[in-house]
Design a protein around this ligand. Structure first.
Ligand code: SAH
Length: 349
């Protein structure tokens, strides 16, 4: 592996040793990358020119390049389109809340989970991201804005539990006091529900919040929206959630995208409540963002309110997700998608 930005301190020590440098250089290198968030070896002024040259040769430093930034005039939300070393593009979002800045990162280039309402999955999976590429989304946004990032959500393009090892490495590194030092309690990982990996994650005993994309009150409706539901039943997924709580003590979040006429009736709310009652959880209702490629429609305001009220009657914690950056390129992979569509059109036949 020559991916310098994914390496932890011990691995950097091995690199230093291999290049004939003193072990304390590893700490300096780590600080430049993960604390000062530089984008080239040239900026690492306390390392010798010779050492930097060797590093450049053997461990090329490829920063993510900003291709496009869109800033919302409504709430200051910023969407970033980044180009990776191999020419692929990914998107990340900075959201400004009263409790601090939150960055939503991608975990893969594309996605193979196939959720029917999601734009990120339309071109399938291109490749997983390295831990370094996940970290860099946060670093580049923090450096670009000059603002501290206090929260990170892994809710952008990709299925994080389909990129397990890099995800766990990312979590350890972003929460490392020698780096960005973002508390694990301020990290959220969202999954469509890959049961074995949810259980494995529980056993890592991290303090991160696990968000499950539930989106339906029963197996039949869930299967119509999410192919993964053919692999794992709702019982299995909810059991894995209970296990996650038992192992980590962390309250679960259930994401529920309200799709007009599909999963938003009062009966749906009753069934959902029946399934999750008594669990230590919180439901986040998200009026679905319609995408061009599918004809799903967003539930009306009143329907969303009624759904929320119904769940609350059962004593369930519910919030309606506040929409951020509504005036800039949609949500969930639509910036990347529209960029790819544009560039493909420009390519000669
Ligand atoms: N693969 C992970 C994380 C990425 S998606 C997951 O499935 O959870 C992040 C969240 O956005 C998920 O809850 C996903 O279902 C939701 N989402 C995707 N497309 C959406 C859309 N068009 N409208 C509303 N929510 C959407």
């Amino acid at each position: 592996m020559n991916d310098i930005k994914s390496m932890n301190l011990e691995e950097l020590q091995a690199v230093c040793e291999a290049l004939g440098e003193k072990p304390f250089r590893a700490k300096q290198l780590y600080e430049w990358i993960h604390q000062k968030m530089v984008s080239s070896y040239d900026e690492m002024t306390n390392l010798s020119a010779k050492f930097r040259k060797r590093l450049e040769e053997e461990y090329p430093f490829h920063p993510l390049e900003v291709v496009e930034v869109q800033t919302s005039r409504l709430d200051g939300t910023r969407k970033y389109l980044f180009e990776l070393q191999d020419g692929n593009v990914i998107e990340s979002v900075l959201m400004r809340y009263h409790h601090g800045n939150s960055v939503c990162i991608s975990s893969q280039v594309g996605c193979r989970m196939g959720c029917r309402f999601c734009a990120s999955t339309i071109g399938g999976l291109v490749r997983p991201l390295t831990a370094g590429e996940m970290l860099e989304q946060v670093y580049r946004i923090s450096a670009h804005t000059g603002e501290r990032v206090s929260h990170v959500v892994v809710m952008g393009t990709g299925e994080p539990l389909d990129n397990y090892d890099s995800l766990v490495r990312f979590v350890h590194m972003i929460s490392d006091p020698r780096g960005m030092n973002i508390s694990q309690r301020n990290l959220t990982v969202s999954t469509c529900g890959i049961v074995p990996n949810m259980r494995r994650l529980a056993r890592e005993h991290l303090q991160i919040t696990l968000a499950l994309s539930l989106h339906a009150p029963n197996d039949e409706k869930r299967r119509a929206l999410m192919p993964i539901a053919h692999r794992y039943t709702m019982d299995e997924v909810l059991d894995a959630c209970r296990y996650y709580f038992q192992e980590t003590g962390r309250r679960l979040t259930f994401e529920y995208a309200l799709v007009g006429g599909e999963n938003d009736s009062q009966g749906d709310a009753d069934q959902l409540a029946e399934r999750i009652r008594g669990m230590n959880c919180h439901v986040n209702l998200i009026p679905v963002n319609p995408i061009r490629e599918r004809n799903y429609v967003r539930s009306g305001k009143k329907v969303v309110e009624n759904f929320k009220n119904k769940l609350e009657k059962y004593g369930i914690n519910v919030t309606i997700r506040r929409e951020m950056g509504a005036d800039i390129d949609g949500a969930c992979g639509q910036l990347r998608k529209s960029y790819i569509d544009k560039t493909e059109k420009r390519m000669p036949e």
